[in-house]
Design a binder for this molecule. Structure first.
Ligand SMILES: O=P(O)(O)OC[C@H]1O[C@](O)(CO)[C@@H](O)[C@@H]1O
Length: 545
């Protein structure tokens, strides 16, 4: 593929950015009463208002042209049809097959994968129903009350944030907990609240080789046996999700307790697979099915909607505009919904592990910015913290605000305040407050002209800070599925534009290898002579205690 900087659309966008940098959104809104309506579009229960962005019609047209020139439509088709688009691992990328309700086959290596997808869903449904109904008994005949889910990265974040976001759909009789960190504090804290007779452990690891997950499971198993259970009892209390069924059974999992996942499901794209078992246990299979349905509808939207009203395409090209032409290095996610507070961390992994790369598909070093730093937290908390920097620093930070219109157990007083803060922030970021307005506000204060000017300068808000606002009719299971799929496809499209492989993660591997080497030195199984002086000294100090 041609270098992106050599494309016609890139040159057009560079020229446009020089002119846009001199303009203010405040004036665009003042001069065009139709701007909000023009730049608002809806699909799958999500309304996107992208009018508060530093874009003109010319910019949008050029961005869509860039997407065309980078063969975004072809990349979307290639992914959905099972082409080997994860070229460095020689894998298809087919998380979309896990929510394919079209009735159409999805072929991998000449075989339709849909029968195995549905078989796994049936197994998840049967298991979920037997645990939720109390039919699945623990080793002493008691029903399961607590589920401890052990996994990390993609085998943890997706199930955790979806379960959290859908709290109002949770089965109150089952307490579902997640443990990821290898720091013993976490697993021991959770175990200290468990009764082994009523606890089910779900160990999720695609590779079945991840250090943190293996160690946490060993610790859980040792605790289980110390409580008085026997090896024979393990089958009733431990299940696993993995694509490496052999390793799972060798580890001691009963074969019938292993929920399989396919090789073509990437870790950070896997909540739709058996990795979603904790979601089923928490909210019930029918609600999980709705999560899949919402994602499926977003898949159809993405494949069939012209760029100008295609939600993932719009989010993706706006991100490219800020990253490559307007100097942005980060992108902030601001869910104004407490139950969606984990979403920034989820998208952080999804986006940064996918597009945090600087090598093109052909192995060349990129000469342009790629995936931004993704960060954020729930509103309104951030307003009393980092929003100061968004409003008044000179760092350009595009933001995605998110708000459900209806919430469970709606308390109108609180929800109106939450919404007013969300909208008020996007307004403040867009319009800002001029020096003259701030100076005028200080008219009745007893200040010298110099003092008044200095204070007005400090209070001046530049505005012109871009944001998208995503409104959900309500954040039900279906909309949650659509929301996650929306960001998945945004990442795919940006990766296509930047000519990256968004589906491998070689950058995490070296740390794993060196971590294991250091562990051998800490344990005395290896000497430290091959280490650099800094690492050797740190280990020595650690070992002195
Ligand atoms: O499911 P596994 O194989 O335990 O891997 C966990 C996570 O580790 C990573 O490979 C990163 O280290 C993620 O991509 C993955 O989701």
């Amino acid at each position: 593929m041609e270098r992106i900087r050599h494309t016609q659309a890139w040159a057009t966008l560079e020229t446009l950015s020089t002119s846009v940098k001199r303009q203010h959104m405040r004036d665009w809104f003042a001069n065009d009463k139709n701007r909000a309506a023009k730049y608002t579009t809806s699909a799958c229960g999500i309304t996107l208002d992208y009018s508060k962005n530093r874009i003109t019609e010319d910019v949008l047209t050029a961005l869509f042209e860039l997407a065309e020139q980078r063969q975004v439509s072809e990349k979307i088709t290639a992914m959905f049809s099972g082409e080997i688009i994860n070229t460095t691992e020689h894998r298809a990328v087919l998380h979309t097959a896990l929510r394919n309700f079209s009735g159409e086959p999805v072929m991998v290596d000449g075989e339709d994968v849909m029968p195995s997808v549905f078989a796994t869903l049936d197994k998840m449904k049967a298991f979920t129903e037997s645990v939720q109904s109390g039919a699945h008994k623990g080793c002493t005949g008691k029903s399961i009350k607590k589920v401890v889910c052990i996994g990390i990265g993609g085998s943890f974040l997706g199930p955790k944030i979806v379960t959290e976001a859908l709290k109002s759909h949770q089965n109150k009789a089952l307490d579902v907990r997640f443990v990821a960190n290898v720091d013993a504090c976490h697993i021991h804290d959770v175990l200290s609240e468990c009764d082994y007779k009523e606890t089910l452990f779900v160990m999720s690891s695609k590779s079945f080789s991840t250090q943190e997950t293996l160690q946490n499971t060993l610790t859980a198993k040792a605790w289980f046996l110390q409580q008085g259970a026997t090896e024979a009892d393990i089958a009733k209390h431990f299940v696993a999700v993995s694509s490496n069924v052999k390793a799972a059974t060798e580890f001691g999992m009963a074969a019938e307790n292993v929920f399989p996942m396919a090789d073509w499901v990437g870790g950070r794209y896997s909540l739709w697979s058996a990795i979603g078992l904790p979601i089923c246990l928490a909210i019930g299979f029918d609600n999980f099915r709705q999560v899949l349905q919402g994602a499926y509808e977003m898949d159809v939207h993405t494949q069939t909607t012209p760029f100008a009203s295609n939600l993932p395409v719009i989010l993706a090209v706006l991100g490219v505009w800020y990253r490559n032409f307007m100097g942005a290095q980060s992108h902030v996610l601001l869910p104004y919904y407490h139950y969606l507070r984990g979403f920034p961390a989820y998208v952080q992994q999804l986006d940064m592990e996918s597009n945090g790369k600087s090598t093109t598909l052909n192995g060349l070093t990129v000469d342009h910015g790629t995936g931004p730093i993704i960060w954020g937290s729930e509103g309104t908390n951030g307003q009393h913290s980092f929003h100061q920097l968004i409003h008044q620093s000179n760092l350009p930070i595009p933001a995605d605000f998110m708000l459900p219109i209806k919430v469970p157990n709606q308390d109108n007083t609180h929800h109106a305040m939450l919404a007013s803060n969300c909208f008020g922030q996007t307004q403040a970021m867009m319009q800002g407050k001029t020096f003259e307005e701030c100076y005028q506000d200080l008219a009745d204060q007893d200040l010298s002209d110099k003092e008044r000017s200095i204070l007005a300068a400090h209070k001046t808000m530049p505005g012109n800070k871009p944001s998208n606002t995503l409104l959900f009719d309500q954040l039900d299971p279906k909309t949650m599925g659509a929301l996650v799929a929306l960001y998945e496809h945004k990442v795919l499209i940006q990766g296509a534009i930047w000519d990256l492989n968004s589906f491998d993660q070689w950058g995490v591997e070296l740390g794993k290898v060196l971590g294991n080497d250091v562990l051998d030195v800490i344990k005395g199984a290896k000497d430290n002579e091959h280490l650099d002086a800094s690492t050797a000294a740190l280990i020595a100090q650690f070992n002195r205690g």
